[in-house]
Design a protein around this ligand. Structure first.
Ligand code: NAD
Ligand code: IPM
Ligand code: MN
Length: 352
């Protein structure tokens, strides 16, 4: 079981180190790790945020554990050299088109949420975010208007095949769990969303046991806060999924708690090849201070055990250790506590 560890920038290396320690504590036979530079650190060391050797290391592995990329020092670079292009490049190159972002309030931890406890308790949402298309990967540029003003533009699009394959992932998950599916779009304004919605309706014909709903993204943002119980699985495009998942993390209590799995079609000897990362970024405001909450990354490692290695029991063991650490009052800065990154990692390992 080969894992490529791409720690990246800012708090990336801090949180990834704790997730690796948790994996090592499980003493899984045959586990090997290969580390490689990615993001701003890769630009500084190799002149590119996603060097060919890093991509090769990711491809050669059975799964990728990813920290975060992003460095304020790199924000003025040409776009193709910026750290964020590394994660976008990995998702595209590895055809990881399905991003699963579960947002669930741990039992007994409703008080971590800013929502009323009875509303927080009902939050148990899987966001299925399309990851290879949308305005993220359309043509873009900066030009000039006729009047000579600077103008930026980005082309947004979804084709039927792109929507069909993410729909397939979301419908299969909904069918498996016996729950409804909410498709989130902006079909009242965008043609991209019209094709999205029409295709969702077409795919729904193959899944008559799944009830499909549609909601505009502005309403969905409002309803995640006011009535989350109505959602179990939500499927949406790349941009809306990015925004709604940060929103959902705040409803859970902190962005430091939300993991993610990015999956494609590739199968390995053990399960589905994937990249696993917290939904948060490199958090330059707290980087290097040992203050980051590594739980999102540890939970991402649990998703890796489940999806890429077929180790359901070990995945559940890690998730329950995180849950118990929280129940026992282990709180990072993000949850109003004082536990540092290493202390949180140790607390989780103690409870494995
Ligand atoms: P961010 O997620 O890095 O941080 C937002 C806020 O949440 C900050 O106040 C930060 O301190 C806090 N935070 C985030 N993770 C935390 C954790 N684990 N524990 C405690 N607090 C945490 O978002 P941002 O500030 O908008 O972006 C910073 C950089 O990260 C940018 O360069 C951005 O492009 C990049 N980014 C990368 C990824 C990724 O690698 N997948 C994701 C999001 C943002
Ligand atoms: C995320 C991040 C990325 C995204 C950025 C860093 C490209 O915000 O993983 O949520 O927008 O997908
Ligand atoms: Mn994001």
């Amino acid at each position: 079981m080969k894992i490529a560890v791409l720690a990246g920038d800012g708090i990336g290396p801090e949180v990834t180190a704790e997730a690796v320690r948790v994996l090592e504590a499980l003493e899984l036979p045959g586990l090997s790790l290969a580390h490689a530079d990615v993001g701003g650190i890769a630009y500084k060391n190799h002149g590119h945020p996603l060097p060919p050797e890093t991509l090769a290391t990711a491809r050669a592995a059975d799964a990728v554990l990813f920290g975060a990329v992003g460095d304020p020092d790199c924000d003025a670079l040409e776009r193709h050299l910026r750290p964020e292009q590394a994660i976008l490049g990995l998702r595209k190159e590895l055809e990881l088109f399905a991003n699963l972002r579960p947002a669930r309030v741990f039992e007994g931890l409703e008080h971590l949420s800013p929502l009323l406890p009875e509303i927080a308790r009902s939050l148990d949402l899987l966001i299925v975010r399309e990851l290879n298309g949308d305005v993220y990967f359309g043509e873009k540029g900066i030009g000039e208007t006729a009047a000579g003003a600077r103008e930026g533009w980005d082309r947004m699009s979804y084709s039927e095949p792109e929507v069909r394959r993410i729909a397939g992932v979301a419908f299969r998950a909904a069918a498996q769990q016996g729950v409804g599916l909410m498709s989130v779009d902006k079909a009242n304004v965008l043609e991209t969303s019209q094709v999205w919605r029409d295709t969702m309706i077409e795919v729904a014909r193959d899944f008559d046991q799944v009830e499909l709903g549609h909601m505009y993204v502005d309403n969905a943002a409002m309803q995640i806060i006011s009535n989350p119980a109505q959602f179990r699985i939500m499927v949406t495009g790349n941009l809306f999924g990015d925004i709604l998942s940060d929103l959902a993390s705040a409803a859970v209590g902190s962005i430091g708690l939300l993991p993610s799995a990015s999956l494609g079609a590739r199968q390995t000897d053990f399960g589905t090849y994937g990249l696993f990362e917290p939904i948060h970024g490199s958090a330059p405001d707290i980087a290097g201070q040992g203050k980051a909450n590594p739980m999102a990354t540890i939970l991402s490692a649990a998703m890796m055990l489940r999806h890429s290695f077929g180790l359901e029991a070990e995945a559940a063991r890690v998730e329950s250790a995180v849950g118990r650490a929280l129940t026992d009052g282990v709180r990072g800065l993000d949850l109003g506590g004082e536990a540092g990154c290493e202390a949180i990692g140790a607390a989780v390992r103690d409870r494995l």
